[in-house]
Ligand binder design. Structure first.
Ligand SMILES: Nc1ncnc2c1ncn2[C@@H]1O[C@H](COP(=O)(O)OP(=O)(O)O)[C@@H](O)[C@H]1O
Ligand SMILES: [Mg+2]
Length: 340
């Protein structure tokens, strides 16, 4: 378990100070695939690098399995790092060494016995499905294969935690999926806690059970991935999700002044019910669909629909009350997409 308390990081520079992290508090449970999502420059890399102390925190505490790692001396730090693997966007492989040598590298540094190293490298090549590339050099591998080698190297010392800094950002969509599948399997089969930093919401949606959104050095929203993405509360999170209502435009409607606009969010089974049809029938009003999107997060469905209601004023009100009582989220919107 990783617990971060009151973490700050300031970079002091000639052109002024950068407060890269401001009072970060997080709790990552054993076995989580925990996503940290944010725009470029938000502080993601700084945060993940504090977890293995590649970056020294300015203030605050980081506990790993109850031990405050900000207090460790050099030797203790080396032991601690054995329990934390890390992978990067650009793989960081040694170009003059082949796959086997790259993967063996951390084991050699830790002075493992030669036979043990050979055995472990074979095991790791099996895990990442690269047995046939044992003697290939990085330049002879595709991006996805390079990341597999990097994953094998990160797992060499049997870490309990794997840190991933934009691990799929340099890969095409299909390769991204295969790397995410591999990480999911590793999490499940080996019980490794994974912390994943990314600016790609799709990555979080695919694999993370929990997510924290970081903006300008602060965590602005966090929780279970489905809850955060289906009911985002902060505007930065909403912008990631490309909330359908943000694109609302008067030109979508022939008579906007007589139209009440609402956004409906359907969760799980509710997404499959014909609620719009039922409402039209029951209240005899017009319902005009302005925009909409169905998505799935970790095999759960959610739908987002913006509609315009028109008709007898009282009936429109009743229809909105009816919808609100159907276990879905209903928000009235202004024309610019903001909530009334
Ligand atoms: N070594 C450094 N020296 C000075 N400023 C830095 C350093 N590393 C990062 N920063 C600054 O800290 C902020 C957060 O950077 P970073 O953690 O790399 O963001 P992200 O990974 O989310 O893109 C940025 O404003 C960046 O310029
Ligand atoms: Mg970064």
């Amino acid at each position: 378990m990783i617990k971060i308390e009151g973490l700050y990081k300031t970079f002091w520079g000639n052109e002024g100070d950068v407060e890269a992290l401001k009072n970060i508090n997080l709790r990552i449970e054993k076995g989580d695939i925990f996503g940290i999502m944010g725009l470029s420059g938000a502080g993601k890399s700084t945060l993940i690098r504090c977890i293995n102390r590649l970056e020294e925190p300015t203030k605050g505490r980081i506990y790993i399995d109850g031990k405050d790692i900000t207090k460790l001396d050099k030797n203790e730090l080396r032991d601690m790092r054995r329990n934390i693997g890390m992978i990067f966007q650009h793989f960081n492989l040694l170009s003059r060494k082949n796959c086997r040598e790259n993967i063996a590298f951390p084991l050699k540094i830790m002075k493992y016995d030669k036979n043990k190293i050979e055995k472990r490298v074979d095991e790791l090549l099996e895990i990442v499905d690269l047995k046939d590339k044992k003697t290939a050099y990085p330049s002879q591998l595709s991006g996805g294969q390079k990341q597999r080698v990097a994953i094998a190297r990160a797992l060499a010392t049997n870490p309990k935690i794997l840190l991933c800094d934009e691990a799929t950002s340099a890969l095409d969509p299909n390769t991204t999926l295969s790397i995410l599948e591999l990480l999911k399997n590793i999490n499940k089969k080996l019980g490794i806690t994974i912390v994943m930093i990314t600016h790609q919401m799709e990555v979080i949606k695919q694999v993370c059970n929990k997510v924290a959104v970081i903006s300008d050095g602060s965590i602005i929203e966090e929780g279970n991935t489905y809850e955060v993405f289906s009911k985002p509360s902060h505007k930065v999170t909403k912008s990631f999700i490309q909330d359908v209502s943000l694109n609302l435009d008067k030109s979508y409607m022939d008579n906007p002044d007589n139209t009440t606009i609402i956004r409906i969010t359907f969760l799980d089974e509710k997404a499959k019910e014909p609620l719009i049809y039922k409402t039209i029938k029951k209240f005899d009003i017009e319902i005009n669909i302005l925009s909409g999107k169905m998505s799935s997060i970790q095999e759960r469905t959610y739908g987002n629909l913006v509609v315009g209601l028109r008709g007898d004023e009282k009936k429109v009100e009743e229809a909105i009350d009816y919808l609100k009582n159907q276990g879905i989220i209903v928000e009235e919107l202004k024309l610019n997409g903001s909530i009334n």
